[in-house]
Design a protein around this ligand. Sequence first.
Ligand SMILES: Cc1ncc(COP(=O)(O)O)c(C=O)c1O
Length: 496
Amino acid sequence: MPRTCVDLPVSVDREAPVALTVQLGDRLRTAMRDGTLKSGERLPSTRALARQLSISRTVVTEAYQQLYAEGWLDGRHGSGTYVADLVIHTPATARSGSAVPGSRGALAGGGHGYGDGSAPAGGPAVPLPAGGRGHGEQMIDLRPGRPWVRDYDRAAWRRAWRKAADLPPGDRPDPHGVPRLREALAEHLRRTRTIAVGPEDIMVTRSTGNGLDLVAATLLRPGDRAGVEDPGYRVARNVFAARGAEIVPCPVDEDGVVVDGLPDDLRVLYTTPAHQYPLGGRMPISRRERLLAWARRTGAIIVEDDYDAEFRYDVAPLPALHGLDPDRVVLLGTLSKSLAPDIGVGWLVAAPELLAAIVRTRQNLSDRTSGPAQQAVAVMMEQGDLDRHLRRMRLEYARRRAAVVDVLGPMVTGDTAGLHVMVELPGEIIPSILEEARERGVLLDSTSTRHHHGEVRRHGLVIGYGSASLAEIRRGAAVVAELIGPRLADESRVAF
Ligand SMILES: Cc1ncc(COP(=O)(O)O)c(C=O)c1O
């Protein structure tokens, strides 16, 4: 029987400006890191710990849920909460967690805040392709990677651009980006991604793709080997290949990229630890630690694509990998999911020397982000408009995801997060499902068509719920269920 830690050596400070849930989570993480709490040890029940600390049981439950989601805890021994199997290494440079000055932590300011509950309205976005269905009918677009862009606060949008327009355009743009926006981004990242960054650690990009390209142009020479997740994001592969790298597909499973078996000679490795694209898993802390140990040993730079980390619906967004080892990890963020791809603003966070090299690359390529767009985004962030939008969209996307799960049930895999889910299926039935769905007015995507870079390993539909309305999603998911049902019955002999 595992030992139960009856009296946990943790305390919380009611006077501190940090939420009790965040404090408790930080204390427990520290206890697990320094070995006070050991792998396999059983934690006290939420009731017992709440009594010990004289706090509400909800606080303890939320802290446990967050640590469970991050992979620190598990419940595999039956009932109860246990410390997971952890391989811990804390580099001297780590700047994550409670060390963040002024951090309100992951659960504060937007973690579970699902806003005012109003649902976006709007109709179908995609006109019929030539040769499609009957006149007047619309396609339901369930392809991944598209956010809902029809429900931002127009007054806030106009105000931001009016303020941006009051400023004259610059004649010598700062290659790091507008300082005011970098300040706002640093605060946003400290608060929502639990990393201790200042404006000097950030470069404003136009997109994830732009950030990837600048990293590739800085680090990769023709013939260098670049790892990409397989299945994974096509753009990462395209960008590295366009810079002359040899692409090395790296298998992923439910916990993200598989560390065992990663080659020792990768110059860079692209990964999506918060929400693997497209399978949808999150990388638990033990794998994060092993991934970083691999990178330190081999000298590889990890490129962390944090594309939809703002959208988690069960727990607060997981801390970024970058926070665990800022020297090894370049973090890429984007407004493409949280606002719209068209705004053309993203960010890159890297250690000082590497950032300076990336900035030099940018200058050599005369690459920049629009100053007025940066000013407008800075206004939206300073006024709290972006946070409000995120809170509203979290609620909306959570409802849409629930609608997909409601119709497709246990077939759906992937974390309760982001803007897409996976439905794993035998590979041979996928092409006909895509084709018939299209004939019935539903656009779908699959791992087999777009996401594999090497030997095909996982098959499935990738269903995006970002750009269709709730009603369309229900209709589209029903079509998918109708198409899958009989095929699965026919294929019941096929093991997958
Ligand atoms: C995995 C992944 N990363 C990043 C992005 C956003 O990229 P960008 O910022 O270049 O628009 C997407 C959009 O679909 C994506 O799927």
